[in-house]
Ligand binder design. Sequence first.
Ligand code: ZN
Length: 522
Amino acid sequence: MLLIDGKYKPVAQMLFSSGSCPRCVLRFCCVDSTAPYRLPYKDLVCELQNYLEMNHEDIADLVGGPPCKRAKLEETAKCTGDRESINSPEPEHGDDSQSPRTCNLCLGVLQHLCEVESVKKIFEKVKNAGYEFKDFVFSVSLPAQLSVREHSAWLQAKQEMGKHGYCLEKAAIIQLKEAYKWIIHPLISEEFGVQALSKSVFEVAVVFAHPETDSDCHFLASACKDCFKQTKNKQSVFTRMAVLKALDKIKEEDFRVLFPYPLQCPETVCQLVDIQCSHSSVFVAGIYNKYSRTLPQTPWVIDGERKMESSVEELITDHLMAVFKAESFNFSSSGREDVDVRTLGKGRPFAIELVNPHRVEVSLQHMKELQQKINNSDKIKVRDLQIVNREAVGHMKEGEEEKTKCYSALIWTEKAVREEDLKLLDSMEELKIDQKTPLRVLHRRPLALRPRIIHTMKTEYMDEHHFRLYLKTQAGTYIKEFVHGDFGRTKPNIGSILQTTADILELDVESVDIDWPPALDD
Ligand code: ZN
């Protein structure tokens, strides 16, 4: 059953006789049931011919001649209904003489490219890419000129319908992409052994091209100049979006003149030029401690030259990348410490986005083993290593300013200090300070004056020139500058409070106040 509403019959006849394939005929007859599209191609041709010939006298009237009668039903695959086409030589598809003429609307997409051979080709490529997936979304990129041809056929079909008092909305026509998916989804799902869904974390994208008809779009560039702007990264100005915009703008009468109907059937079939696979990112979070004073958080490179051998980021991600087989990664953390600062205590939360991972099913046990491997390094330790979702990573960055952080610093003073001098620091609470962007980060951060709060301080006297200072501060406070004053750019500072010159010899982060990611059982 073709399920074509009787009112569309003139359109069916018009398209079929001008070289459009039966599936495109169904589309323009607004058949929105998947079954007819999935009929074997030959059966579909037969059915459509029968349907049209049943009332061939009416049709003869409408198209100005008898419909295709010379084609016998057993030869129907060869016949597209155009009287002339039967005698015209068959285009080369490398197949056999049974190949139908290439459709002037879908350029063969609904004829040759939804056959099992195409599906097998796609499957091979996806299989070789080596991804782990439970289902997938199948996306299709079609050449832009298909929209031009479709527009032309729609104007003609609309006129045809109008003669009989009907209208034809462009939106009611079934999109080529849609019809293609209706046909190919069951085939491809069967071949893959998993379902093609409308949404999935794994995407298989196929790209079609048809060089023979690329120039179909060209007249639009002069007709709608402002729709086609040359951009640096796009190879062609005739993007699908630009073409659709131009089609929306151009006047019907202008279009009809510049791109007259009927449409030529091309010699060649649309080609599958690319098959791309991609998996949405996987996020791994954890908490790290850093025990080295010669290890930067991220690779330290100045003018293309590496300054330190490794980094926290690399010590963690090298292992993750090997397991998840990702294409790239993005490392983020709740704040960061300088290369010479250790992160002790509860440690610092971090999250890593693994972009386009090939492997995603990693068990809790495996994550534990992975953590163990990372922890073989004596420079860092991680805990609570786990897979989290994208939203959870957002929590890590939220309200960073309000968080508190605890530090321990070894301080040197120029002037000799007594234990009781330090009591002044112990007694201070919620000390407000103003920090100008430190000189040492001014090359990468904008100059700003930021108020910060030192919640509490606790001192531990060592000798007359040294003491240990434990601080609890608002996140984002520059501790080194709070100690030495950064040439008066941080006010007040430890030096100014103690009325001496002070410097910081060692700094450790004791804790970062954030309960994320959740603790895991050992
Ligand atoms: Zn077609």
